[in-house]
Design a binder for this molecule. Sequence first.
Ligand SMILES: [Zn+2]
Ligand SMILES: [Zn+2]
Length: 390
Amino acid sequence: MTVIPEIAAFHAELTQWRRDLHAHPETAFEENRTADLVAERLESFGIAVHRGLARTGVVGTLRVGRGNGAIGLRADMDALRIHEKNDFAHRSRHDGKMHACGHDGHTTMLLGAARYLASSRNFDGIVHFIFQPAEEGGGGGRVMVEEGLFAKFPVDAVYGLHNAPRYPVGHFFTRPGPVMAACANFDLAISGRGAHAARPESGVDAVLASAHVVAALQSIVARNVSPFETAVVSTTQIHGGEAYNIIPEDVVIRGNVRAYKTQIMRRIEERIRGLAEGICAGFGARAKLAFQDLYPPLVNHAKETEIACDAAAAVVGADNVDRNGPPRMASEDFSYMLEARPGAFVFLGNGDGEGSCDVHNPNYDFNDQILPIGASFFARLIEINLPKRR
Ligand SMILES: [Zn+2]
Ligand SMILES: [Zn+2]
């Protein structure tokens, strides 16, 4: 493993920064303290800072030499609404909020790369360091793009990185094409006619209709999606009724859908509506679907995927880079940046040892061991692709 020695030299400081961010998690569009810290550090490295895109977004611009090649490097800054169960010293100071996805680490790795590149100046061209808010559901990436991120800071390509629990430290993986799924939420409002539990014949049982709908939704992936495609339909909430002896009038079913292709997402939406309306009509009830698309699929561009893998290989060796790695059913709003510009998203193992805990879990923690690896990846990406003129 050849982590950049200058970056390895400030590993302890990166660890401090990361733990400080972990202790002070901030959620979507409220990353004020985090954005202040990011901006202050970038300025202290001599990097020009622009603030205010998507409210708390920060973009640092570093130009070296006269080259016009420009690359964007992106990290996310937001935390989740999860109550942390860890009891180490840097546990969350804010009840109900937690860096449970490692965005504290992503922000720190990108700051590490910025610090190194600003002092080594071992490239020729322009780097935009993009720190975005609200990845976890708020679509901060989309908002930044809509507010003119790439018009104000034009780039030839943009790259991002996510830690991956249960994969070894120093192992990178990604793949060209779709690598993360599109995501949507749905609400089904089922209405019947309320009745006394002892006199069901006088009502229309929304609970019974809902039970049939929930079961039938599991037929969509099995019967309406090709076995060569990938999709998930998960029912995650059912709400209805308040008393033992009353058949409720209304039930709400909610859930989440993932797919790799937009046309499959449309097919699933159409089937949820068809099944729910048809089944409910059979029971004399009514169903109304509200379907909300969240993130589009994250699709890596082929050439930039190679570029990113080459940079990873320069840090951890070709044997530790899986260029045809597993796709993931999770979603990411970096997808909006890749819709706007060529680029790639890669994963870096967060450790596979005992207790390796998945993201979005109250016991998760970012692994500080990988800070210099991710920072070196970003730095090498720039040095290789914006080479210094000799
Ligand atoms: Zn997450
Ligand atoms: Zn994340």
